[in-house]
Design a protein around this ligand. Structure first.
Ligand SMILES: O=c1ccn([C@H]2C[C@H](O)[C@@H](COP(=O)(O)OP(=O)(O)OP(=O)(O)O)O2)c(=O)[nH]1
Ligand SMILES: [Mg+2]
Length: 151
Protein backbone atom coordinates (compact mmCIF):
# COMPACT_ATOMS: atom_id res chain seq x y z
CA UNK A 1 0.00 0.00 0.00
CA UNK A 2 1.40 3.39 -1.05
CA UNK A 3 1.63 6.05 1.64
CA UNK A 4 0.32 9.52 0.91
CA UNK A 5 0.66 12.67 3.02
CA UNK A 6 -2.74 14.17 3.72
CA UNK A 7 -4.18 17.00 5.80
CA UNK A 8 -7.72 17.40 7.01
CA UNK A 9 -8.84 20.98 6.52
CA UNK A 10 -12.28 20.49 8.01
CA UNK A 11 -12.62 19.27 11.61
CA UNK A 12 -15.73 17.27 10.71
CA UNK A 13 -13.65 14.99 8.49
CA UNK A 14 -12.35 12.08 10.57
CA UNK A 15 -14.74 13.02 13.38
CA UNK A 16 -18.30 13.18 12.00
CA UNK A 17 -17.42 11.61 8.65
CA UNK A 18 -14.85 8.90 7.92
CA UNK A 19 -11.67 9.80 6.07
CA UNK A 20 -11.58 8.60 2.45
CA UNK A 21 -10.99 4.88 2.43
CA UNK A 22 -11.14 1.96 0.02
CA UNK A 23 -14.60 0.37 0.28
CA UNK A 24 -13.20 -3.10 -0.45
CA UNK A 25 -9.77 -4.66 -0.66
CA UNK A 26 -9.84 -4.42 -4.45
CA UNK A 27 -11.21 -0.89 -4.75
CA UNK A 28 -9.31 1.51 -7.00
CA UNK A 29 -10.98 4.67 -5.77
CA UNK A 30 -11.18 6.50 -2.46
CA UNK A 31 -14.51 8.25 -2.08
CA UNK A 32 -14.36 12.01 -1.51
CA UNK A 33 -16.99 13.72 0.62
CA UNK A 34 -18.87 16.96 0.05
CA UNK A 35 -17.81 19.05 3.04
CA UNK A 36 -20.54 21.60 2.56
CA UNK A 37 -21.96 23.77 5.34
CA UNK A 38 -25.50 22.69 4.53
CA UNK A 39 -27.32 20.29 2.25
CA UNK A 40 -27.27 21.90 -1.17
CA UNK A 41 -29.66 21.53 -4.07
CA UNK A 42 -28.01 21.28 -7.47
CA UNK A 43 -30.41 22.34 -10.20
CA UNK A 44 -30.33 20.72 -13.66
CA UNK A 45 -27.44 22.22 -15.61
CA UNK A 46 -25.88 23.76 -12.50
CA UNK A 47 -22.21 23.33 -11.57
CA UNK A 48 -20.86 23.79 -8.06
CA UNK A 49 -17.28 23.67 -6.78
CA UNK A 50 -17.38 21.56 -3.65
CA UNK A 51 -14.64 21.42 -0.99
CA UNK A 52 -13.62 17.98 0.23
CA UNK A 53 -11.98 19.11 3.48
CA UNK A 54 -8.84 17.29 2.44
CA UNK A 55 -5.50 18.10 0.89
CA UNK A 56 -2.88 15.62 -0.25
CA UNK A 57 0.73 16.04 -1.26
CA UNK A 58 1.71 13.33 -3.72
CA UNK A 59 5.25 14.66 -4.02
CA UNK A 60 6.40 12.16 -6.67
CA UNK A 61 6.23 13.40 -10.32
CA UNK A 62 5.80 9.76 -11.32
CA UNK A 63 2.33 9.79 -9.75
CA UNK A 64 -0.85 11.84 -10.05
CA UNK A 65 -4.39 11.49 -8.82
CA UNK A 66 -7.59 11.58 -10.83
CA UNK A 67 -10.96 12.69 -9.54
CA UNK A 68 -13.64 10.62 -11.24
CA UNK A 69 -17.43 10.51 -10.96
CA UNK A 70 -19.10 7.78 -8.93
CA UNK A 71 -20.96 5.57 -11.39
CA UNK A 72 -24.18 5.35 -9.35
CA UNK A 73 -24.50 9.12 -9.00
CA UNK A 74 -23.59 9.69 -12.63
CA UNK A 75 -25.84 7.05 -14.14
CA UNK A 76 -28.89 7.34 -11.90
CA UNK A 77 -28.86 11.04 -11.04
CA UNK A 78 -26.74 12.72 -13.72
CA UNK A 79 -24.28 13.95 -11.11
CA UNK A 80 -20.89 14.04 -12.80
CA UNK A 81 -17.93 16.42 -12.91
CA UNK A 82 -17.93 19.87 -14.50
CA UNK A 83 -14.41 19.22 -15.74
CA UNK A 84 -15.30 15.59 -16.65
CA UNK A 85 -12.11 14.39 -14.94
CA UNK A 86 -10.08 16.20 -12.29
CA UNK A 87 -6.30 15.91 -12.47
CA UNK A 88 -4.35 16.41 -9.26
CA UNK A 89 -0.71 17.31 -9.90
CA UNK A 90 1.96 15.74 -7.73
CA UNK A 91 3.02 19.19 -6.50
CA UNK A 92 -0.50 20.41 -5.61
CA UNK A 93 -0.92 21.03 -1.90
CA UNK A 94 -4.27 22.81 -1.86
CA UNK A 95 -7.66 21.46 -0.94
CA UNK A 96 -9.05 18.79 -3.23
CA UNK A 97 -12.05 20.38 -4.93
CA UNK A 98 -14.79 18.62 -6.82
CA UNK A 99 -16.58 20.39 -9.64
CA UNK A 100 -20.01 18.85 -9.41
CA UNK A 101 -22.28 19.12 -12.45
CA UNK A 102 -25.89 18.11 -12.62
CA UNK A 103 -26.12 17.08 -16.26
CA UNK A 104 -29.55 15.51 -15.60
CA UNK A 105 -33.08 16.87 -15.87
CA UNK A 106 -34.05 16.88 -12.19
CA UNK A 107 -32.62 18.70 -9.18
CA UNK A 108 -30.36 16.70 -6.85
CA UNK A 109 -29.77 17.42 -3.19
CA UNK A 110 -26.18 16.93 -2.10
CA UNK A 111 -26.10 16.05 1.57
CA UNK A 112 -23.36 17.34 3.85
CA UNK A 113 -20.67 14.64 3.98
CA UNK A 114 -22.05 12.72 1.01
CA UNK A 115 -19.56 10.75 -1.06
CA UNK A 116 -19.70 12.66 -4.34
CA UNK A 117 -16.65 11.58 -6.33
CA UNK A 118 -13.66 9.31 -6.10
CA UNK A 119 -9.90 9.72 -6.11
CA UNK A 120 -7.60 7.32 -7.94
CA UNK A 121 -3.82 7.40 -7.67
CA UNK A 122 -2.18 6.70 -11.03
CA UNK A 123 1.35 6.38 -12.44
CA UNK A 124 2.55 9.14 -14.74
CA UNK A 125 5.33 9.18 -17.31
CA UNK A 126 6.69 12.65 -18.00
CA UNK A 127 8.12 13.14 -21.48
CA UNK A 128 10.03 15.80 -23.34
CA UNK A 129 9.69 16.26 -27.09
CA UNK A 130 12.53 15.15 -29.32
CA UNK A 131 11.67 16.93 -32.58
CA UNK A 132 12.34 14.84 -35.72
CA UNK A 133 11.73 15.30 -39.46
CA UNK A 134 10.16 11.85 -40.04
CA UNK A 135 8.86 8.99 -37.93
CA UNK A 136 9.77 5.37 -38.62
CA UNK A 137 6.75 4.11 -40.60
CA UNK A 138 4.08 2.29 -38.57
CA UNK A 139 1.24 -0.01 -39.66
CA UNK A 140 -1.39 2.65 -38.85
CA UNK A 141 0.48 5.67 -40.06
CA UNK A 142 -1.68 8.79 -39.80
CA UNK A 143 -5.02 6.99 -40.01
CA UNK A 144 -7.38 7.58 -37.11
CA UNK A 145 -10.92 8.51 -36.15
CA UNK A 146 -12.50 5.26 -37.36
CA UNK A 147 -9.90 4.51 -40.00
CA UNK A 148 -9.73 0.84 -38.93
CA UNK A 149 -13.47 0.29 -39.50
CA UNK A 150 -16.27 -0.56 -37.10
CA UNK A 151 -16.11 -4.39 -36.99
O1 LIG B 1 -11.05 18.54 -10.14
C1 LIG B 1 -10.02 19.12 -9.78
C2 LIG B 1 -9.03 19.50 -10.69
C3 LIG B 1 -7.91 20.17 -10.23
N1 LIG B 1 -7.77 20.43 -8.91
C4 LIG B 1 -6.56 21.09 -8.41
C5 LIG B 1 -5.38 20.12 -8.38
C6 LIG B 1 -4.60 20.44 -9.61
O2 LIG B 1 -3.23 20.13 -9.43
C7 LIG B 1 -4.85 21.93 -9.76
C8 LIG B 1 -4.72 22.43 -11.15
O3 LIG B 1 -5.55 21.67 -11.99
P1 LIG B 1 -5.44 21.77 -13.58
O4 LIG B 1 -4.01 21.82 -13.99
O5 LIG B 1 -6.30 20.72 -14.14
O6 LIG B 1 -6.18 23.17 -13.81
P2 LIG B 1 -5.71 24.46 -14.61
O7 LIG B 1 -6.96 25.12 -15.04
O8 LIG B 1 -4.70 24.09 -15.66
O9 LIG B 1 -5.08 25.33 -13.44
P3 LIG B 1 -3.53 25.65 -13.15
O10 LIG B 1 -3.21 26.80 -14.01
O11 LIG B 1 -3.51 25.98 -11.68
O12 LIG B 1 -2.71 24.43 -13.46
O13 LIG B 1 -6.20 22.12 -9.30
C9 LIG B 1 -8.74 20.03 -7.99
O14 LIG B 1 -8.63 20.25 -6.78
N2 LIG B 1 -9.83 19.39 -8.47
MG1 LIG C 1 -2.81 23.15 -15.16
Amino acid sequence: MHRLQAKTLDPRLGRDFPLPQYATEGSAGLDLRAMLQENTRLEPGQTLLIPTGLSIYIGDPGLAALILPRSGLGHKHGIVLGNLVGLIDSDYQGELMVSCWNRGHTAFEIAVGERIAQLVLVPVVQARFDLVEDFAESERGTGGFGHSGSH
